[in-house]
Design a protein around this ligand. Sequence first.
Ligand code: G3P
Ligand code: MG
Length: 369
Amino acid sequence: MLLTTTTRLARRVPLRLEARRWLQTKLSPPPVAFAFDIDGVLVRGSKTLPCTAPMFKHLLGDNPFRRQIPFILLTNGGGVSEKARAEALSHAFQAGFELKPEQVVQAHTVLKKDVDRYRDKNVLVLGGKGDEVRRVAESYGYRNVFTTLDVLAWDSGVWSLHQITDAEEASAKKGVNFTETPIDAVFIFHDPRNWALDIQILCDVIQSGGRIGAPYVDQGHKPVELVFCNPDLIWKADFPQPRLGQGAFKDAFQAVYKSLTGQHYPYVQYGKPTKPTYDFAREALAQQFKEIYGSMPEETLFCMVGDNPESDIAGANNAGWNSTLVHTGVYDPTKGSPAHTPTQQAEDVFSAVKQVLIEEFERSKGQQH
Ligand code: G3P
Ligand code: MG
């Protein structure tokens, strides 16, 4: 009996990857796609949750649609390049596939969109280890990127309560006079490691109109732009109770700035639940459909699976997406209803995906008749 390509696929006869990819593009794209939160959904700290690898196996073909379901990872985490994060997570998941960098949308990835505006401006980036986030910013196209460790290496008097380490000194850019190098904008790329140092320098930059150590400027002076990439007050790592996030750092800074000036400092917020981040995620999913199937169905259901009602669920609901709240992270179902109501709740990410795909498959089958 002559086996058609599709039947051979259905019977899982092994085919070369290219052949499988060619076949994939011949299949009509499924009308559903996923964005997965990372912390509290796929991993907790350095531990991959047991439901993660079977979930990906299901997503990649072992599902009612019998084809690959496009997906991305959408996290308020960051601090390294998307490529490095994709490699590290692929290794951690051990799910038999390699994540592509464009499938990883981190808190600061959306800053790729602002490069034209700041390309030749002096920007100060906060967060992450050493100068890791400087290298991420430069990989996006930002040309004049400084860190708070550069400032401390320039003048230890900026914050004499922390002795710069050899590793920090080694990561610092030398020969910059920060009183003569006006900072135009500050980006909080990832969770700061040294809150005291970073809050001190943030206040210095803002109060001196960008020139650290220069006399303070009055209200009318052109303000230094301030951009936070992750609003999370708390997040779930592998500690029994949630940990403070970048949102807590923001509140700490604003509290100190208010004590100093009586003012609240205006800022731009990116990251989940913001619209720019969900718009960016939708484009990234459309790109996945294009790469896998060549096109995206008009009626595609975008599904967010997350553990944090404030960021994952609120953002998905505002974007008109389907949202699933899982019980493996920040949200504790024994503590009452979530602040933002999801489309559905699920024990974990695998049950969430199975639930949504069965319902979507039945719905799409219903539409064919
Ligand atoms: O720092 C990361 C944390 O705020 C949350 O990460 O993956 O749960 O969005 P995620
Ligand atoms: Mg999370």
